[in-house]
Design a protein around this ligand. Structure first.
Ligand code: TPP
Ligand code: MG
Length: 656
């Protein structure tokens, strides 16, 4: 740890110089935030943060989250200066250019030291809450010797204004996440101008009201920063430190104004800043003495890492922790025995119930699964016997009562998954996926194994009516790249969906589940959902039609096929629980399941847009309007999901 106070100013100026020069070279980017928070970040990294640049993935490192992701040059500077292998100075020179790991916003999949992808304001803090939850949970399970670290966040005015901030801090306060410390870049500037244009909130009072410890400091006074950070670190509550700063500090003519937020300073102002800061080095050059001070910062963490390794070598729990942190499931996930029980006794249950049954088996066998719901536990059926409540007095619990905070929940799930050692799943109604949609998108982008249990997946929920009936949601979630959207048809497909979601440690999944009971359609143990879509029923008569359906409409498709066969028209039924997995199959398989030259008909109680990709110029049976409030069977009939209403359309298309 650097204790020479005289070194801190030049160290911070190295961040300022790299940031302004990189933004200038890229001719785009955000110099204001890194320059304004350079002093705070220097104190944090040199005196508080526990990290080992040689081991970016060391599980007991402190987590550092740059929630104000537009200030990406801050974290790139910090990582490079303190001695991480990535980013290199060449990467920084190529800031924001194709193939540079120094992307416009920090991306967790490009640089090891970047804990999470940030840029969508507010979500960094919310993910940090999840990381702090993960730390306490694993601490409760593995003890102080193996898990004992903090989560530090740098956030801007924008992060604190976003609604998700409210959800996240409410959860953190209730859970008493004392190892979470948020350093707020209190510069009173956002893009449009002074924060007084849009807010008059007493932010410290709001945080205090949710159970946080709050303090303030002069963000350009090293001693005062250190005092505030020490206070935050010591307090048993989560802490907010308001760091009063000047945006763009160091650019003499532009600092303090909103124009320095997100535009290059320009050659003249950069020259003036060099003069003002006394920075004489050329762009992308850091004087050796300053660099050596920076390289000192990781030394204490490296020593702590070595001590941790010695403890881990003696611990009989270290192997299990390593397994969980690697994201590898136990050898027996409970899947095979559970599938056999379903085959022995195929239940007629809602797929949300089937999900609960599968979860009983999986959560018993996979201790890293941590579940929860946004106040719909009894509807999503996400709680199992193995998942006892997680709370301030029971961090070893595995079930999170997230409250009515869908966005906060999804972001926290991302944080837990990114922390590692935990496989988070969480539930809400499918229709409210929109409330947390950007966090689901961030799950996919960050390759987190977050599993969303989204029940009440269609008009089949009935009387609650159109506010609660998803119509566009299943298809719109399929639009998110990399996200696997499962809509299983019965208990076996639901178990398969869970198994597939759990098995892929680099992808996130949605399970769209029915409220209403569904008859079993599958009776064998072959893992057919792995192919995404498969032939469930072969045509008996000469094949004229292929019906492709998902979820609750698969049983209907079987009835439609039977009616067609009764008229001598052969019809296959294809169940398509996961179109993303189907798309990943080879062309021959896809052409076999959905062959050319026959009429293909999709049946799904949702929007028809998207289905022509699978049925070509065939028929798309769906609904492109909102639903209505009525019993489910009435609604299915009203909106055309019945044998009587579908068969004539098929006959007409066949010219019969
Ligand atoms: C959810 C979201 N909305 C909008 C933006 C666009 N945006 C990026 S930075 C910013 C202003 C943020 O102000 P502040 O956090 O105070 O940053 P500062 O200007 O102080 O660097 C906005 C609106 C975003 N990145 N994320
Ligand atoms: Mg600001």
């Amino acid at each position: 740890m650097t204790r020479d106070p005289a070194a801190l100013g030049p160290m911070a100026n190295a961040i300022r110089a790299l940031s302004m020069d990189a933004v200038q070279a890229a001719n785009s980017g955000h110099p204001g935030m890194p320059m304004g928070m350079a002093d705070v970040a220097t104190v944090l990294w040199s005196q508080f943060l526990k990290f080992d640049p040689a081991a970016p993935k060391w599980s007991d490192r402190d987590r550092f989250v740059l929630s104000a992701g537009h200030g990406s040059m801050l974290i790139y500077s910090l990582l490079h200066l303190s001695g991480y292998a990535s980013p290199t100075m060449q990467d920084i020179r190529n800031f924001r250019q194709m193939n540079s790991v120094c992307a416009g916003h920090p991306e967790n999949f490009l640089i090891d030291g970047v804990e999470c992808t940030t840029g969508p304001l507010g979500q960094g803090i919310a993910m940090a809450v999840g990381m702090a939850m993960a730390e306490r949970h694993l601490n409760a399970q593995f003890g102080d010797d193996l898990v004992d670290h903090k989560t530090w966040v740098i956030a801007g005015d924008g992060c604190l204004m976003e609604g998700v901030n409210h959800e996240a801090i409410g959860l953190a306060g209730t859970l008493k996440l004392g190892r979470l410390n948020v350093l707020w870049d209190d510069n009173k500037i956002t893009i449009d101008g002074d924060t007084s244009l849009s807010t008059s909130e007493d932010i410290l009072a709001r945080y205090a009201a949710t159970g946080w410890h709050t303090t303030s400091c002069d963000g350009h006074d090293f001693a005062d920063i250190a005092r505030a950070l020490a206070e935050a670190a010591a307090d048993p509550r989560p802490s907010l430190v308001a760091c009063r700063t000047v945006i763009g500090k160091g650019a003499p003519n532009k600092q303090g104004g909103h124009n320095v937020h997100g535009a290059p300073l320009g050659a003249d102002e950069i020259a003036a800043a060099r003069e003002y800061l006394g920075w004489t080095s050329a762009p992308f050059e850091v004087p050796a003495d300053i660099l050596s001070h920076w390289r000192e910062t990781g030394k204490a963490g490296a020593a702590a890492h070595a001590e941790w390794q010695a403890r881990a070598a003696k611990s009989d729990k270290a192997g299990e922790l390593a397994r969980r942190m690697a994201g590898d499931l136990p050898a027996d996930t409970g899947f095979d025995a559970y599938i056999q029980s379903l085959i022995a006794n195929p239940p007629k249950v809602a797929t949300r119930k089937a999900s609960e049954m599968a979860l009983e088996a999986f959560t018993a066998a996979i201790p890293e699964m941590v579940g929860g719901s946004a106040d719909l536990t009894g509807s999503n059926l996400t709680k199992t016997k193995s998942t006892t409540p997680f709370g301030a007095d029971s961090y070893d619990g595995r079930y999170v009562y997230y409250g009515i905070r869908e966005f906060g929940m999804a972001a926290a799930m991302n944080g837990m998954a990114l922390h590692g050692g935990i496989v988070p799943y969480g539930g809400t109604f499918l229709v409210f996926a929109d409330y947390c949609r950007n966090a689901i998108r961030m799950s996919a982008l960050q390759h987190t194994r977050a599993i969303y249990v989204l029940s009440h997946d269609s008009i089949g929920l009935g009387e609650d009516g159109p506010t609660h009936q998803p119509v566009e949601h299943v298809m719109s979630l399929r639009l998110i790249p990399g996200l696997k959207v499962f809509r299983p048809a019965d208990a076996i497909e639901t178990a398969e969906a869970w198994a597939l979601a759990l098995a892929d440690k680099h992808a996130s999944s949605v399970l769209a589940l029915s409220r209403q009971n569904l008859p079993p359609v599958r009776f064998d143990a072959e893992m057919k959902s792995a192919k995404g879509a498969y032939r469930l029923v072969d045509a008996t008569a000469a094949r004229k039609v292929v019906l492709v359906a998902t979820g609750s409409e698969v049983a209907l498709a079987k009835d439609v096929a039977a009616a067609l066969e009764a008229q001598g028209l052969g019809a296959d039924v294809v169940s398509a629980p996961c179109l993303e997995l189907f798309d990943a199959q080879d062309a021959a398989y896809r052409a076999d399941v959905l062959p050319a030259g026959v009429l293909k008909v999709s049946i799904e109680a949702g929007v028809t847009m998207g289905w022509h990709k699978y049925v070509g110029d065939g028929l798309t049976i769906g609904m492109d309007t909102f639903g209505a409030s009525a019993p489910a069977d009435v609604l299915f009939d009203h909106f055309g999901f019945s044998v009587d209403k579908i068969v004539p359309q098929i006959l007409a298309r066949l010219g019969n």
